[in-house]
Design a protein around this ligand. Structure first.
Ligand SMILES: Cc1cc2nc3c(=O)[nH]c(=O)nc-3n(C[C@H](O)[C@H](O)[C@H](O)COP(=O)(O)OP(=O)(O)OC[C@H]3O[C@@H](n4cnc5c(N)ncnc54)[C@H](O)[C@@H]3O)c2cc1C
Length: 469
C-alpha cells in the first residue's frame, strides 16, 4: 500500500458491537463490489479528482492501488471530512457531532498533490480547469466528485441562517468546504423543543421534501418518524404532516407499502403529496406549497376512459415546527459548464453514462457520486459501488481500451422508521436488490439499526474510504 490507513478510534463497547456485526457487514457490503485490478497498471497520465467527499476518497484509494506510478491531483477545499449519514443519528441524539467529523489528510496520501481550493470553471474542450484563486490546472483524465449543493434560498423567505430559530430546522445544514455540519445538532435541539411543546399542547409539525433530487431521499421521512417516536417514548404526541412534492412515500411498491404501515402505527401523520415548498413566513409560521394535482374530466367514449385535467394551486399551511429539506442542485462549477447535461430532466447534472460512468461527450472524464446525472438515488452506498467501476473503466481508457465495467445502479437507503427499527431498502436499476434475499427487505429490523448505528461508521472510515470494501 502507498499510504498509512487512517483508523477511527472505537470505544470498548462499540468495538464489541462492531466485532459482533462485522461478519454480517463484510458479507453484506462486499456482496457486489469487486476490488480493483489484481496487478497494478503502468498506464501513464495525470489524473485530477475534483472533490474531497465520499466518492472522491473511495475512487482515490482504489486508483492508487490500481496504478503503478499514479500521478494524481486532488482539488478539494475541505481539511475535514463529514460522515454525512451520521447527521441523522446526531439529530436522534445517538451520536455526538464530533463522531461524524474527521481529518481528510490521512486519506489523501503524500504522493498525491492536494490543491485546497474549489474549481470555479471546467474547460473540458482544452482538458483544463480553473480554481477560485485563479490557478489553471491541466489534466489528461478528470474525475468529477463534487456532490450537490443545498439551495435554501430557492424557498422564498428562507435563508440558511434562519435554521435553528423560530421552530425551523434542517438536518442538511452543513458547509462541506469548511467541514461543519450543524444540521444534526440543531435538529436534535428541535426534537427537544417539539417534545417540550407537546407537554402542554399538540403542536403542528411539518416535514417537507422538495421536487429536486436530494441526497439520500429517505432523510425527510427518517426525521419525521424519529421525531414522532421521540415523543411516543414519553407518551407525548403532536400533529405531524409530511408535505412532499412526490406522489408516493417511496418509489418501490413494497417499500412504499411498508412505510404506509409504519405511519399507521403512529396514527398522527397526514401526508400531503404533490406539495412543493415555495415560500415561508417565519414570523407568522406559515409555509406555502405549490400543489399539483389531477381531477377527472369528461368521459371519452372512444378511449373508454376519463380525461385527466392537470390543476395547480398554492396551499398555505400553519405550523409550530418545520423541518425543511431544501432544494438541491449540482454545484455551480458543474452546472454552468459543458460537462453538464445541457437540457432535459437531468439538466445541470454531470452528463455521464448510467452504466460506465464515463462522460457522454468527453471520453477522458468520469463522474462518481451525487453529481452524476443518472436515474438513481444519491447515496454514499451508490458511490461505494461506483468507485470500482470508475477505476476499472478509467484504467481501460488510459490503456487505450473500451470501458466495459458496468454500474448496475445499486443504492441503499436505511429507512429509520423508529428508534431501533430500520427498513433496509437496497435497490438498483432493475428494482429491489437485497444483499440477503432471504430477509424480506420491506420488514423493519432491529438488526439493521444496530448495524447502521454501530458498524457502518467505522467501516466507512476504515474500509470504504480506503477502497477496501
Ligand atoms: C443527512 C444525510 C443523511 C444521509 N444518509 C445516508 C445514508 O443513510 N446512506 C447513504 O449511503 N448515504 C446517505 N447520505 C448521502 C451521502 O452522504 C452522499 O450521497 C455522499 O456523501 C455522496 O458522496 P459525494 O462524493 O458525491 O459528495 P460529498 O460526499 O458530498 O462530497 C462532495 C465534495 O466535493 C467538494 N466540492 C464541492 N464543490 C467543489 C468544487 N467546485 N471544487 C472542488 N471541490 C468541491 C466538497 O467540498 C466535498 O468535499 C446522507 C446524506 C445526508 C446529508
Amino acid at each position: 500500500m502507498k499510504q498509512d490507513l487512517p483508523r477511527a478510534p472505537l470505544s470498548r463497547r462499540d468495538a464489541l458491537r462492531y466485532m459482533a456485526l462485522s461478519p454480517l457487514a463484510a458479507s453484506l457490503l462486499s456482496a457486489t463490489v469487486s476490488t480493483a485490478q489484481a496487478s497494478a497498471s503502468t498506464a501513464p497520465g495525470h489524473i485530477v479528482i475534483v472533490g474531497g467527499g465520499a466518492g472522491a476518497l473511495m475512487v482515490l484509494a482504489r486508483l492508487r492501488s490500481a496504478l503503478n506510478t499514479p500521478t494524481i491531483t486532488v482539488i478539494a477545499p475541505n481539511e475535514k471530512h463529514i460522515y454525512q449519514p451520521g447527521q441523522i443519528f446526531v439529530a436522534a441524539g445517538e451520536y455526538k457531532p464530533q463522531d461524524i467529523i474527521f481529518d481528510n489528510r490521512g486519506y489523501i496520501g503524500q504522493d498525491v498533490r492536494w490543491i485546497k481550493d474549489e474549481v470555479q470553471t471546467f474547460d473540458p474542450q482544452h482538458n483544463k480547469l480553473t480554481t477560485q484563486s485563479g490557478q489553471e490546472v491541466a489534466y489528461d483524465f478528470l474525475i468529477v466528485a463534487t456532490g450537490v449543493q443545498t439551495r435554501y434560498e430557492q424557498v422564498e423567505g428562507l435563508t440558511a441562517d434562519m435554521i435553528g430559530k423560530n421552530g425551523i430546522s434542517s438536518v442538511y445544514l452543513s458547509d462541506l468546504a469548511l467541514g461543519t455540519a450543524d444540521g444534526g445538532e440543531l435538529t436534535h435541539t428541535w426534537f427537544n423543543d417539539v417534545r417540550e411543546a407537546s407537554k402542554t399542547s399538540k403542536p403542528r409539525v411539518l416535514c417537507t421534501q422538495p421536487s429536486t433530487p436530494i441526497k439520500c431521499g429517505g432523510v425527510p421521512q427518517k426525521i419525521l418518524y424519529l421525531c414522532d417516536d421521540y415523543l411516543r417514548k414519553e407518551k407525548l404526541t403532536a400533529e405531524f404532516t409530511f408535505a412532499t412534492a412526490g406522489e408516493k412515500l417511496f418509489s418501490l411498491p413494497q417499500i412504499d407499502e411498508a412505510l404506509h404501515k409504519a405511519q399507521e402505527r403512529y396514527g398522527n401523520i397526514t401526508n400531503k403529496f404533490g406539495h412543493d415548498l415555495v415560500r415561508i413566513d417565519p414570523i407568522a409560521k406559515t409555509a406555502t406549497f405549490h400543489h399539483k394535482y389531477e381531477v377527472q374530466g369528461q368521459y371519452d367514449k372512444e378511449l373508454k376512459e376519463y380525461d385527466m385535467i392537470d390543476k395547480e394551486e398554492d396551499v398555505t399551511l400553519e405550523y409550530d415546527f418545520i423541518h425543511i429539506t431544501p432544494p438541491m442542485s449540482a454545484v455551480d462549477a458543474v452546472a454552468n459548464s459543458l460537462l453538464a447535461w445541457q437540457k432535459g430532466t437531468a439538466a445541470g447534472w454531470l452528463e455521464v453514462d448510467r452504466e460506465t460512468l464515463q462522460h457522454k461527450r468527453f471520453a477522458n472524464v468520469f463522474g462518481i457520486g451525487d453529481t452524476c446525472g443518472i436515474p438513481m438515488a444519491k447515496t454514499g452506498g451508490s458511490a461505494r459501488h461506483q468507485a470500482p467501476i470508475v477505476v476499472e473503466n478509467l484504467v481501460s481508457v488510459m490503456n487505450g481500451q473500451k470501458p466495459l465495467a458496468k454500474y448496475d445502479g445499486y443504492t441503499v437507503c436505511p429507512l429509520k422508521i423508529a428508534y431501533g427499527e430500520i427498513i433496509m431498502a437496497e435497490f438498483n436499476y432493475d428494482g429491489l436488490a437485497p444483499s440477503f434475499p432471504a430477509l424480506n427487505p420491506a420488514t423493519p429490523r432491529w438488526l439493521w439499526w444496530e448495524f447502521d448505528l454501530y458498524a457502518l461508521q467505522p467501516l466507512y472510515r476504515n474500509a470504504m474510504l480506503n477502497g477496501l470494501m
